[in-house]
Design a protein around this ligand. Structure first.
Ligand code: 0CJ
Ligand code: F3S
Length: 316
């Protein structure tokens, strides 16, 4: 049977960011240096394929430090950890390696600086997300107020309206955050802003690339795991920019191909969250080729050349 033509708009940039590259390399290099098992506190990045590959290589994933023995190295995930975690590792004399993305560490440092200047700190982010838990844990309990919604921003009561600062999670929706910040700035004109945007370059670029393809696409496929906050935001951006059929999938095997066929797409947008490997994107293209007569067009909205150094203990 003759296949239906299908245009695939491939978003660029997509997939791995510099912080994810670095975090994965830290686990690989630690396994080389120390041998297996190497422990990792929390999924190194929120992607099932990445985690299961590293698990096969000898990484052991735990949620808390007390699940790891004293005598094996432990790595902290890209999302960052509360201050209490490295101090506990130190107390137990463990070898620990920090895979926190340097752009998350930057938020940690700025938050501490604002606190030490006597400012009350707000954090815009999602409750319970490990990055938020890590940033809240940079200061004594209760020192930071979490702002999740516009309503939170409207109802927050400061100690002193002229002595405020805010920070954000790095992987938020650029547009939702702008609305929350606008409310805070209206209510508290003196509020101290982050030195440079806390939403990272990779999050911003991936959302911009989706904005460029969503309206032209009958369906948008975002490759990423359900736990990945930045990947979920890409689905929302797709929906809000004119693509009602926007879905998140771990891989070609997990995609609901019947639902896609029912949408009768002529054009499909394709992207990946910052923690999703390119091989999974190519797997989707291959699976699309099995069903459609595919032409691929890459739509590039930014070029990235960011890299981060490895921790000194692993740099060769
Ligand atoms: O929080 C981060 C430093 C982003 C890490 C890469 O993405 P992912 O999917 O592991 O994490 P999010 O859930 O934060 O997007
Ligand atoms: Fe870092 Fe942003 Fe990636 S904070 S880990 S560069 S998504």
């Amino acid at each position: 049977m003759k296949k239906q033509p299908l245009k695939v708009l491939l978003a660029a940039p997509r997939g791995f960011c510099a912080g994810v590259d670095r975090a994965i390399e830290i686990v690989e290099k630690a396994l080389e240096k120390y041998g297996a098992p190497v422990y990792v506190r929390h999924e190194i990045v929120h992607n099932e394929t990445v985690v299961s590959r590293l698990r096969d290589m000898g990484a052991v994933f735990v949620e808390e430090l007390d699940e790891a023995p004293d005598d094996r190295p432990i790595i902290f995930s890209a999302h960052g950890v509360p201050k209490s975690v490295p101090s506990e590792a130190q107390r137990r004399n463990m070898i620990w390696l920090d895979a926190t993305c340097p752009l998350v560490s930057k938020v940690h440092i700025e938050t501490e600086r604002h606190h030490s200047q006597g400012l009350e700190v707000l954090l815009i982010g999602h409750a319970g997300h490990p990055e938020v838990v890590g940033t809240l844990g940079q200061l004594p309990e209760g020192a930071i107020t979490l702002i999740e919604t516009e309503e939170d921003a409207e109802t927050f009561v400061p100690r002193d309206a002229t002595r405020l600062a805010y920070a954000t999670q790095t992987t938020l929706s650029v547009d939702d955050t702008a609305s929350i910040v606008a409310i805070l700035k209206r209510r508290f004109p003196d509020i101290r802003l982050p030195h440079k945007d806390d939403i990272c370059y990779a999050t911003t670029n991936r959302q911009d690339a989706v904005k460029a393809i969503a309206e032209k696409s009958d369906a948008l496929i975002v490759v990423g795991s359900q736990t990945s906050s930045n990947s979920k935001r890409l689905v929302e951006v797709g929906e809000r920019h004119g693509c009602r059929f926007s879905v998140l999938t771990d891989s070609a095997e997990h995609l609901d191909w019947e639902a896609l066929a029912a949408a009768q797409p002529e054009t499909v947008g394709l992207t990946a969250g910052a923690s999703a490997p390119e091989s999974l994107v190519q797997g989707i293209v291959t699976a699309l080729r099995e069903r459609y007569d595919v032409t691929v067009e890459e739509v590039t909205t930014a070029r990235e050349n960011v890299t981060f150094k490895l921790p000194r203990a692993l740099a060769s």
